[in-house]
Design a protein around this ligand. Structure first.
Ligand code: ADP
Ligand code: MG
Length: 209
């Protein structure tokens, strides 16, 4: 969608799928290869984005789906301009824990907002798609069990019902089916070492291509 010399890699998947685990492994792999890698996350990643994240994830708020969508894109618009585009222009790797695919999955699939609306926001306010997306695909029950086992209180979105997360998963998989060149599905139900190995192998193949 736009010209730059760096690479944007996103990690996607449901709650407890292993995104943070994989994020750390990829970051290590790229820096071991002598590359500059800038890590970030969504919602958040900038000072204002992290404030928006607090609003979005606090269980104290009742946020209507439309406001949730716009807050996600407000955070993303800030992140793209403040951090991602400048880093890509410098030729760096940017690694992000979630990006626009998450809005399609959560606010589109999960909340049921029209995909055309999300596409318009992406086009007008983001204007960039990841070069590579690693989708950690995991059954909803298994993901929730892992998220619970982390021992932290669940945030506002993590408190949603099973059918919500099922729609999130279905939408992610549907997108991967539509863009198989960009989105690589990883079976995240495997043991952690196997997931990491498979992710790094996919990354290595993509970098060599
Ligand atoms: N493949 C795996 N098998 C079993 N447990 C895992 C696996 N990957 C991650 N975990 C554990 O599950 C929990 C959630 O992983 P995490 O990386 O935080 O997921 P996410 O960032 O996607 O929510 C953590 O306690 C992590 O150690
Ligand atoms: Mg995480």
């Amino acid at each position: 969608m736009s010209q730059h010399s760096g690479k944007l890699i996103s990690i996607e998947g449901g709650e407890g799928a292993g995104k943070t685990t994989v994020f750390n492994a990829i970051r290590q792999f790229l820096s071991d290869a002598g590359l500059t890698v800038i890590g970030t996350r969504e919602p958040g990643g900038t000072e204002v984005g992290e404030r928006i994240r607090q609003v979005l994830l606090s269980p104290d708020h009742r946020i209507v789906p439309e406001a949730e969508l716009l807050l996600m894109f407000a955070s993303r618009a800030q992140l793209v301009r403040e951090l991602i585009r400048p880093a890509l222009a410098e030729g760096h790797y940017v690694l992000t824990d979630r990006f626009t695919d998450a809005s399609f999955a959560y606010q589109g699939g999960g909340r049921g907002l029209p995909l055309a609306q999300i596409e318009a926001l992406e086009r007008d306010f983001v204007g960039i798609r990841p070069d590579l997306t690693l989708l950690l695909d995991l059954g909803v029950e298994q993901g929730m069990a892992r998220a619970h086992a982390r021992g932290q209180a669940l945030d506002r979105i993590e408190q949603e019902r099973t059918d919500f997360f099922q729609r999130v998963r279905d939408t992610y998989r549907q997108r991967a089916g539509q863009e198989p060149e960009r989105i690589v599905i990883i079976d995240a139900s495997q043991p952690q070492d196997d997931v990491v190995r498979q992710v790094l192998a996919a990354l290595g193949r993509w970098m060599a291509a």
